[in-house]
Design a protein around this ligand. Structure first.
Ligand code: NOJ
Length: 560
């Protein structure tokens, strides 16, 4: 396996709208991020992934881009952005940008042109079809509810939008469109950025003919994912992108890939194929969903998590590379999800962070994770901002007559706004995020859960994360070791070994609120020379065959 800087790095994701507001308009901005670069440096991170800051009408908070080469007015100016890049680089941190090219905004110049006439030169930048029997061209549903097609009066055809109707899909079959994308990528790379996180990049190649999907009982539309996920030309497009653009730069790439499986991910991340450094897969984020998708709640079984993580850890070992994440701007807060955000908030947040950072792959921290921010429960749907949540509520409650209380329960558990409440900087009004009215309410627990408190308390989650990040720099086994699951059937303890040259690591994590006994299986030989990190006081190196783990306790030992 090759050594690479992006394998040794820890990435921190910033969702700019909710990070820090410098001008009191209630919306986070780039100058707000600049104010916090020392906070990021102190934490020890290596790379910042900035969610979209481009010009956008904000139908999907910047994931609907109307100008790929301009900064959103609410976030500041290009000069602000350049200053941010410089401030990060001065502190030896890198910056990767979000690349959202499965779709643009319907307010992008290309789409404005495209919808003017069927023979407009930009028409073929998007996916247009005539209706079928007076209805949509096929039965695919949008990820944000309803049909994936929108009828356009002017030219009498439909355009495809896998997300909102203000996010028309780009037509990657068109070489002119691809060239525009590659030129835009070069433009940003020449400004000095260090890579891209690529939004739903495994959706860009659609099966020709766009066949109908299978409609589930009781539903109007079908998932068409079989016909656009990991589509027929996806690997060709990514290889072309490398030849045309990425090969000339020393950058990192991570592709967001809903529904990707491990076999396909091997192809995407095998360096010999020259596609991507790593992918964001979602299987572990689907383990607490029932057969009807993310809103269909189901408790996590630890054995399912083990089976899944193990499949990815062993599957990509020596072939490609894993990304490691438990949080992002689309996921609920992990401490509320797989941990306990009340009695054991600090313990379980530290345990989950340790479990993740000790795996093989590049760890991603999502803003606020490092201080243990939790999910939000707003009383009314009016307080929510996310288009996915609002459309789903409308469809289920207003159109299908479902029980609003039940729908709210699923939003409390899975809604994307759980991750998007403003960052809690201190105990002042609005958590110090803004001096104005925040675009979305701050979680009321900011008085006790905030960065100022966390930085001043040496036992905080924040200081523990600093240590996790530091350890990665000290022990190559954390980065490069291979992974071995132990106790596959234990439903409370997740334990695994990492092995690298002469070094071994033992990670034992109690995912339950009970005290549990850990016994090292007889076929594993391990002597702990060093107690590396743990979330309770007083554990030390020794030759163990077993020990007791307190609620949510995690212990990591290095040895031989
Ligand atoms: C994935 C992004 O992470 C999400 O926030 C967005 O809504 C969709 N892609 C569409 O761009």
């Amino acid at each position: 396996m090759d050594n690479n800087w992006w394998k040794e790095s820890v990435v921190y994701q910033i969702y700019p709208r909710s990070f820090n507001d410098s001008n009191g308009d209630g919306i986070g901005d780039i100058r707000g991020i600049i104010e916090k670069v020392d906070y990021l440096k102190e934490l020890g991170i290596d790379v910042v992934w900035l969610s979209p800051v481009y010009q956008s009408p904000n139908d999907d908070n910047g994931y609907d881009i109307s100008d790929y080469k301009a900064i959103m007015d609410e976030f500041g100016t290009m000069e602000d952005w350049e200053e941010l890049l410089e401030e990060l680089h001065q502190r030896k941190m890198k910056l990767i940008m979000d690349l959202v090219v499965n779709h643009s905004s319907d307010e992008h110049e290309w789409f404005r042109e495209a919808r003017k006439s069927k023979d407009n030169p930009y028409r073929d930048y998007y996916i247009w079809r005539p209706g079928k029997d007076g209805k949509e061209p096929n039965n695919w549903k949008s990820s944000f509810s309803g049909s994936a097609w929108e009828f356009d009066e002017k030219t009498g055809e439909y355009y495809l939008h896998l997300f909102s109707k203000k996010q028309p899909d780009l037509n990657w079959e068109n070489p002119t469109l691809r060239k525009e994308v590659y030129d835009m990528m070069k433009w940003w790379l020449n400004k000095g950025i260090d890579g891209f996180r690529m939004d739903v990049i495994n959706f860009i190649s659609k099966v020709p003919g766009l066949p109908d999907g299978e409609v589930k009982q009781g539903e109007t539309y079908a998932s068409g994912s079989k016909f656009f996920r990991d589509g027929p030309r996806i690997h060709e497009f990514l290889q072309e992108m490398n030849q045309e653009v990425l090969d000339s730069y020393d950058v990192m790439t991570v592709g967001e890939m809903p529904g990707v499986g491990v076999e396909e991910a091997k192809k995407y991340t095998d360096p010999a194929r020259n596609e991507l450094n790593m992918v964001f897969q979602f299987e572990h984020m689907d383990l607490d969903s029932g057969p009807n998708g993310k809103w269909d709640l189901k408790p996590l079984e630890l054995t399912d998590l083990k089976e899944n993580i193990t499949k990815w850890q062993t599957g990509l070992n020596g072939v490609g590379w894993n990304s490691l994440y438990l949080n992002n701007h689309d996921q609920p807060r992990i401490v509320s999800r797989f941990g306990n955000d009340t009695e054991y908030r600090v313990e379980s947040a530290k345990m989950l962070g340790t479990f993740l950072h000790m795996l093989q792959g590049t760890p991603y921290i999502y803003q606020g994770e490092e201080i243990g921010m939790t999910n939000i429960k707003f009383d009314s749907i009016e307080e929510y901002r996310d288009i996915e949540t609002l459309n789903m509520y409308k469809e289920k409650v207003e159109e299908n007559g479902e029980d609003p209380a039940k729908v709210m329960e699923s939003i409390y558990a899975k809604g994307r706004d759980n991750a998007r409440t403003p960052f809690q900087w201190n105990s002042q009004e609005h958590g110090g995020f803004t001096t104005g009215e925040p675009w979305m309410k701050v979680n009321p627990n900011y008085r006790t859960i905030n960065a100022e408190q966390a930085v001043s308390d040496e036992h905080s989650i924040y200081h523990y994360y600093r240590e996790l990040i530091r350890l990665r720099k000290e022990h190559p086994v954390i980065v490069y070791g291979d992974y071995q699951l132990i106790l596959p059937n234990d439903d409370k303890i997740y334990a695994y070994m990492r092995n690298y040259k002469e070094e071994k690591l033992l990670v034992t994590a109690n995912f339950s609120e009970e005290e549990v006994d850990f016994h090292l299986p007889e076929d594993i030989s391990f002597t702990a020379n060093e107690a590396i990190i743990g979330n309770y006081e007083g554990f030390e190196a020794g030759s163990y065959t077993g020990f007791t783990l307190k609620p949510y306790e995690v212990q990591v030992y290095k040895g031989v």
